[in-house]
Design a protein around this ligand. Sequence first.
Ligand SMILES: *[C@@H]1O[C@H](CO)[C@@H](O)[C@H](O)[C@H]1NC(C)=O
Ligand SMILES: *[C@@H]1O[C@H](CO)[C@@H](O)[C@H](O)[C@H]1NC(C)=O
Length: 142
Amino acid sequence: MNIHNSAGGGRLFLLCTVFLLWAATTPRKLIQTAGAHVVVNVCNNLTYVSETFWVHCKSGDNDIGAQYVTAGHCDYTFNFEPNVWFSTQFWCHMERDSGFHADIVAWHNGDYNAPITWCAQNDNVTGWEREAIYYTYEWARN
Ligand SMILES: *[C@@H]1O[C@H](CO)[C@@H](O)[C@H](O)[C@H]1NC(C)=O
Ligand SMILES: *[C@@H]1O[C@H](CO)[C@@H](O)[C@H](O)[C@H]1NC(C)=O
């Protein structure tokens, strides 16, 4: 057994543990003001005209609430300030009355000055930042 390597591993383990404890206890803060860093928009780009669509986002203690978004609109919007370890995430449940839903993680893609947009489309849900898609979710049947 190599004692030197073993000691190094222990130190790394301790550092990781300290980091994880710090990360887990860092408060997540939602800011509903213009000063917030990350703006999230949800768009209804479904083209089945009669279909209703609603979305409900939350993160930790912050519940944005459920809201209908009419076709061709992006009026479900919220702001948040990422916590110090840049990890704040929002979970959004999306529901279509055609019998499909999607549970997405509405994270930002690294650029804190750019708004992010999640688009509900007929075939999928796409996450956009600076006019590029960075993630695609598939709809699940209810
Ligand atoms: C979704 O709809 C909005 C509002 O009509 C539009 O501005 C946006 O470009 C559309 N996005 C996509 C990916 O089609
Ligand atoms: C997502 O859906 C759109 C239309 O609703 C389609 O054009 C696009 O190819 C789909 N993307 C993926 C990755 O399936």
